[in-house]
Design a protein around this ligand. Structure first.
Ligand code: ADE
Ligand code: ZN
Length: 352
């Protein structure tokens, strides 16, 4: 007797999908576009230890293995506690450079052709690290990554939503002298109890300064946070958004307006948004016509980079070649690359 599993309105057999050779090859070789990657979430435990030693910072873990063993999360907050502790080892421009460079090496191995990376300046400026050190180190590595790997990139400054709007406004003021280096602002950190409405004024200031806007919404929080992010913050992409299915009106709107969702499958399983990858709703969202993309979020903490996210998703869900092309097209259209690069990205993802 077969056991069936419900993923939104679609039913899949519970047994593991056999990843066909064709899909496996496509997943490995296809050009990828990453739109949701916290650069501090790419800090591998080995680098946490190396930077801690270099900067004379004491860590509450005895070894790399002990730190990695702590990566068992009950929810978003239990992850954020460890993630913010890890960011404390970043002190100098070269630390930010080395972290970003290490991510780009991994991204190149996964055939990433374009990436838009988040950074959390408040976790660093609160420790006295100057804004220019943070942005300068990341930007220099991205520029080198373009030359060496051909990976185009953009930076998005995220406000920490557990802090006040005043803190976010001061952060924006401090970052505006470096505006040519980042394309937009985002909203991350603990979602529960920190609705998008808390940041309406600072997002307006950012948009008035010519910046794009995105926000994490409906990762753990309610579907109504998507509506708030769209109507109050005027975001043009939603990060995660997988809980949109809790409100049919929100789903209908996302489909009608083709608002991109930057979905992060491994993150959602690791942070218990879904029990297993087989329970993930990404295939169901795609089938309902939502503009879904695949991304890695915090790859050092969640078990893999963008390639591993595609692999795990295809292993558990009946993703087709047409789905993979659609996911690539969605990401190209949702990207903040300039129009010429967008057209190039679209051609690349359609050529698989
Ligand atoms: N900061 C880093 N990763 C995050 C996530 N998945 N959700 C919210 N804030 C984050
Ligand atoms: Zn995220």
């Amino acid at each position: 007797m077969s056991v069936w599993l419900c993923a939104a309105s679609v039913w899949y057999p519970r047994r593991r999908m056999a990843l066909s050779v064709d899909i496996q090859r496509l997943v490995q070789t296809m050009p990828k576009i990453e739109l949701h990657l916290h650069i501090e979430g790419s800090l591998e435990p080995e680098m946490v230890f190396a930077l801690a030693a270099k900067n004379s910072i004491e860590l509450p873990y005895a070894s790399v293995d002990a730190l990695r063993a702590a990566y068992e999360f009950a929810d978003l907050q239990s992850f954020l506690d460890i993630y913010y502790a890890g960011t404390q080892v970043l002190c100098t421009e070269s630390d930010f450079y080395d972290m970003t460079r290490a991510y780009l090496v991994r991204a190149a191995a996964d055939n990433v052709v374009h990436t838009e990376i988040f950074f959390d300046p408040q976790s660093h400026t609160s420790r006295g690290v100057p804004m220019g050190t943070i942005i300068g180190g990341i930007r220099r590595a991205l520029d080198d990554g373009k030359k060496e790997f051909g990976i185009s990139s953009e930076m998005i400054l995220c406000f920490l939503r557990h802090l006040s709007e005043e803190d976010a406004e001061q952060t924006l003021e401090a970052a505006l002298p470096f505006k040519k280096h980042f394309i937009g602002v985002g909203l991350d950190s603990g979602e529960r109890g920190n609705p998008p409405s808390k940041f309406e004024r600072v997002f307006k200031k950012a948009r008035d300064a010519g910046l794009r806007a995105v926000a994490h919404a409906a990762e753990e929080g309610p579907a109504s946070y998507i509506t708030e992010a769209l109507d109050l913050l005027h975001v043009t992409r939603i990060d995660h958004g997988v809980r949109c299915t809790e409100d049919d009106n929100v789903v209908t709107r996302l489909v009608r307006e083709q608002i991109p969702l930057t979905v992060c499958p491994l993150s959602n399983v690791k942070l218990r948004v879904f029990d297993t990858m087989r329970d993930h709703n990404i295939k169901a969202l795609l089938d309902r016509g939502l503009c879904v993309t695949v991304n890695s979020d915090d790859p050092a903490y969640f078990g893999g980079y963008i390639g591993a996210n595609f692999e795990s998703m295809c292993d558990a869900l009946p993703i087709t070649r047409a789905d993979l092309i659609k996911l690539g097209e969605n990401a190209a259209r949702a990207s903040y690359a300039d129009e010429a690069r967008k057209a190039e990205l679209l051609r690349l993802v359609q050529s698989i």
